[in-house]
Design a protein around this ligand. Structure first.
Ligand code: LCS
Length: 376
């Protein structure tokens, strides 16, 4: 639609906060939902709509909704689906701020949660209560890279009338489509592979038309984590290269993981593309590739991990992932530092764990940098 304006190859950026009504009655009709048309960018914007349609198509969903950050999307979805007294079951291991959000909901709003090892379906079944409304899943999990069986979990959820929400940030719809596996809602930190260039903070949610309409009317409109039109444009640009970026990230990450696995200083490597990966068969069946994130452990603890990271030259020390540049971080002291130590270690986020987001540089350069830092 919009891309046809003046023959512009790329869509226009509707950098406007509000939209002018032709007359007062039209304004009334748009607010009443009796006439289509834009009102105010927090309620919708044509540039955002293009991105939302593209994401829905990629995820095999009926509709999509953009947010100003991944956490904007996570919080809108969780707050929208639960009320005081409800219970959620979450994958043991998740992005630190998502853990922060559910902890806050528990403390302030009486929403209970149970963290379970979702690689074990029996444990998920045991955790379900009559008031469980939601199964919240990351797969692969940030940063332990455990994989959750989405087909099995979503059919269990259906039996118990619960909604299955999947954070698909680590793979993107190019490598994994949870809705096709029976899940209800998919969300992303679009900051990562969707944008792909480390220049935008954004989120997106995909699901049924009915669900997305409701999410827009409630959580987005009234909480307000809205995306800027310019950032939506950057995401539209990012999506054009998603397939070739994901292929390259996956191919390079496999080589890096193979190198790490063979190195004597590395005590464990977690990467779904390695035949030694505990859930290799499941990952092969559920995912169309393994993505660019590897976690690994070195002998020792935080000090040894930090010294290793400090010896790297090309690979940069930064949180975030999915960018063209290789980024490395120490989850226990950075992205997941907000999770109490005991809980964190139960999730497998121990002090010797390091997370690497393999970028698009020459893979030999990435491996050489790791090699010199390991041997330094
Ligand atoms: N979900 C996952 C799986 C994430 O990894 C992140 C951010 C979010 C949601 C939140 O998205 P944001 O609001 O940042 O767009 N993960 C980060 C990470 O691992 N390092 O820095 C941010």
């Amino acid at each position: 639609m919009m891309k046809e304006q003046h023959g512009s190859l790329t869509p226009p950026i509707y950098q406007t906060s509000t939209f002018v009504f032709p007359n007062a009655e039209a304004g009334e009709a748009r607010f009443a939902g009796e006439e289509s048309g834009y009102i105010y960018t927090r309620l919708g914007n044509p540039t955002l709509a293009i991105f939302e349609e593209q994401m829905a198509a990629l995820e095999g969903a009926e509709a999509g909704l953009a947010f100003g950050s991944g956490m904007g999307a996570v919080s809108a979805v969780i707050i929208g689906l639960v009320k005081s007294g409800d219970h959620l079951v979450c994958s043991e291991g998740m992005y630190g701020c998502t853990f922060g959000l559910i902890s806050m909901l528990k403390e302030k709003f009486n929403v209970e949660f149970t963290l379970v090892d979702m690689t074990n379906l029996e444990k998920v079944k045991e955790a379900i209560r009559p008031e469980t409304k939601l199964l919240y899943i990351e797969t692969p999990i940030n940063p332990t890279i455990r994989v959750v069986d989405l087909k099995a979990i979503s059919s269990l959820a259906k039996e118990h009338n619960m909604t299955t929400v999947v954070d698909n940030t680590f793979l993107s719809p190019y490598l994994q489509r949870p809705i096709e596996l029976g899940c209800d809602v998919v969300l992303h930190s679009a900051t990562k592979y969707i944008g792909g260039h480390g220049d935008v903070i954004a989120g997106v949610v995909c699901g049924s038309k009915e669900y997305i309409t409701d999410l827009k009317r409630t959580s987005l409109k009234d909480i307000g984590a809205v995306l800027s039109p310019f950032d939506a444009w950057l995401l539209i640009r990012g999506l054009k290269t998603l397939p070739i970026r994901m292929e390259q990230h996956s191919a390079s990450a496999l080589k890096v993981a193979e190198f790490l696995e063979m190195h004597e200083k590395v005590t464990a490597v977690y990467y779904p593309g390695l035949p030694s990966f505990a859930q290799y068969e499941l990952a092969k069946e559920q995912m169309n590739g393994s993505g660019g994130v590897i976690s690994f452990e070195l002998a020792g603890g935080k000090k040894e991990a930090q010294e290793f990271i400090n010896r790297l030259n090309m690979i940069q020390i930064a949180v975030s992932l999915g960018d063209a540049e290789s980024l490395i971080q120490h989850p226990a002291s950075m992205t997941h530092a907000c999770i109490p130590k005991e809980e964190r270690e139960r999730m497998g986020i121990i002090d010797s764990l390091i997370r690497l987001s393999v970028g698009l540089e020459e893979v030999e350069e990435i491996i050489n940098d790791l090699k010199q830092a390991l041997e330094g």
